[in-house]
Design a protein around this ligand. Structure first.
Ligand SMILES: [Zn+2]
Length: 266
């Protein structure tokens, strides 16, 4: 079944939108992942998982969206980073455009940890916008589903450009990972110079941990491990898509919230 927005024809697009009413927006960033991985990894992987999930639980999948929060990689080549207000405005305009094509619900599937704080803030700021659709966000790596595939890893430590993420990218677009470029001594551990600032955050927290934006043991990655992970992630995403499709409470709350808000005359 065709689910990719950019591949759909008008009759098939309109049918899918009318019947399922849900569009997925896979979001990532253009960000360094060490020397061995492509910049677009996060959005490409999120998009691939969304497409696999949509084969089971049909919905339209928007093309990979790159323009998230990635200020932590501003000092590297390949990063595209906009000012915060523009990033949020662009996201808002895109969501409105997607909805205007016949969708009552939009699920943002986030593939980049750096977007989590931005999306948490955005979805709250979105609550008092009176729009004819409901917005949901989910971060793929949240939840305990990853525990079911823990046995496949040589070294599960890391979290960025590590064995897991490298494997997923190998399976998402074979040929784009260049393991021969991985030149940092493994396992690549967090540096942690800021231990004196316990429970205090600065904008350098991530750069302090992983100044090369790579972690763990990438050289243990394989395409086969990536396939297993993508399928497990898609299986998990199917459950979340179903929950979003069946959710009738959020739209009702949204309606009641706005009626109350309107009565205030703000
Ligand atoms: Zn990534």
């Amino acid at each position: 079944m065709q689910v990719r927005w950019e591949y759909l024809t008008p009759p098939d697009f309109e049918k899918l939108a009318r019947e399922e009413k849900l569009c997925i927006l896979p979001i990532g960033s253009l960000e360094r992942h060490g020397e061995h991985m492509p910049f677009g990894t996060d959005a490409l992987v999120a998009h691939e998982i969304a497409c696999r999930a949509a084969q089971v639980e049909p919905c339209v999948v928007f093309p990979p969206y790159w323009f998230g929060q990635v200020h932590e990689a501003a000092c590297f080549s390949g990063t595209v980073n906009f000012p915060a207000d523009f990033t949020l405005k662009m996201l808002e305009m895109l969501l409105d455009q997607i909805a205007s094509n016949g969708f009552e619900k939009i699920l943002i599937v986030n593939g980049h940890g750096g977007n989590s704080g931005m999306l948490d803030y955005y979805i709250m700021s979105h609550s008092d916008r009176k729009v004819p659709y409901t917005l949901y966000t989910t971060f793929l790596m949240d939840g305990c589903w990853t525990e079911t595939i823990n046995h496949i890893w040589d070294n599960p430590d890391g979290g960025h450009a590590d064995e897991c993420e490298t494997s997923m990218m190998m399976a998402t677009v074979p040929g784009t990972v260049r393991l021969e470029y991985q030149r940092f001594a493994e396992p690549i551990l967090p540096i942690h110079q800021l231990t004196a600032l316990e429970n205090v955050k600065t904008g350098m927290w991530w750069y302090d941990l992983y100044p090369e934006h790579v972690s763990g043991t990438p050289s243990a990655a394989t395409q086969e491990k990536g396939e297993i992970t993508l399928n497990a992630a898609a299986e998990e995403l199917v459950k979340r898509i179903r929950a979003v499709k069946h959710d009738s409470i959020t739209p009702k709350l949204q309606k009641a919230f706005h009626e109350r808000h309107d009565r205030l005359g703000k």
